[in-house]
Design a protein around this ligand. Structure first.
Ligand SMILES: [Zn+2]
Length: 240
């Protein structure tokens, strides 16, 4: 599941408590990263002691707090849409300006930076929203299946049962994996870049092997998508 925390530790710095996720790996030095969702990731050499690790985090605490404050300004992330001409809407990470017109047929298409909506009835926000939502649902099915086909071969070596794919509108999660092997993706994910869709699919597929966010989970994720932290960052900022 994305958005759930396992094995999170915290240290006190001045008046503040800094939560961080500790990952041990075969490396020689400590690395600290602050992600856009306010997750602090600390990668430490295998066997490093907690007191040593916390000493190093304390030394960087001012920087960590500065990063966390920076990301706070992006929340809440999705401005409300009213389905009025001129508004921008996203598809696969690109922005399109909405233009709704009355014509003989109902259709939706993307052309030269525009989200063109043709409405049989006089163009109005309710009809525009209905047409766009149907269009997004169709594209979500198409893009998510394509992403699944790109990501699944990387898990072939594990001889797993292929999960079934479902799409839902979810408030707080990009994706989830049920114990009976159903991979559910948030319909809004189709508004983000393809690499972000692949990242969420891959994250959930890693849960077929590791059910929680243990260090093995992150090692596997890093093997499949070495730049996953960058992509995750992009994803967090993608619906602004
Ligand atoms: Zn997860």
């Amino acid at each position: 599941m994305m958005g759930q925390d396992d094995g999170v530790r915290s240290i006190i710095y001045g008046q503040k408590s800094i939560q961080y996720r500790l990952i041990y790996s075969a490396r020689s030095s400590l690395e600290i990263a602050v992600l856009a969702d306010a997750t602090v990731i600390v990668k430490a050499p295998t066997g490093a002691s907690i007191s040593k690790i916390e000493q190093k985090i304390s030394k960087r605490a001012r920087w960590i707090i500065k990063q966390l404050n920076y990301f706070k300004q992006f929340s809440p992330r999705t401005p409300k849409r009213y389905y009025l001409n001129g508004e921008t809407h996203l598809y696969l990470g690109r922005r399109y300006r909405l233009k709704s017109v009355q014509a003989h047929q109902d259709w939706v298409k993307l052309t030269r930076g525009y989200f063109l909506i043709s409405c049989r009835e006089q163009a109005n926000p309710v009809a525009t929203e209905r047409l766009m939502k149907n269009w997004y649902a169709e594209k979500a099915a198409l893009q998510f299946n394509a992403s699944f086909d790109r990501c699944w071969p990387k898990f072939k070596q594990f001889s797993l049962d292929k999960p079934t794919l479902s799409i839902r509108r979810m408030q707080k999660r990009w994706g989830s994996l049920s114990p009976n092997g159903r991979l559910t993706l948030n319909a809004n994910l189709v508004k983000t870049p393809r690499e972000c869709i692949d990242y969420v699919v891959t994250h959930e597929l890693c849960h077929l092997i590791y059910h929680n966010h243990c260090s093995g989970f992150y090692k596997l994720l890093e093997t499949v998508i070495p730049s996953w932290e960058k992509v995750k960052h992009k994803l967090e900022l993608s619906l602004i």
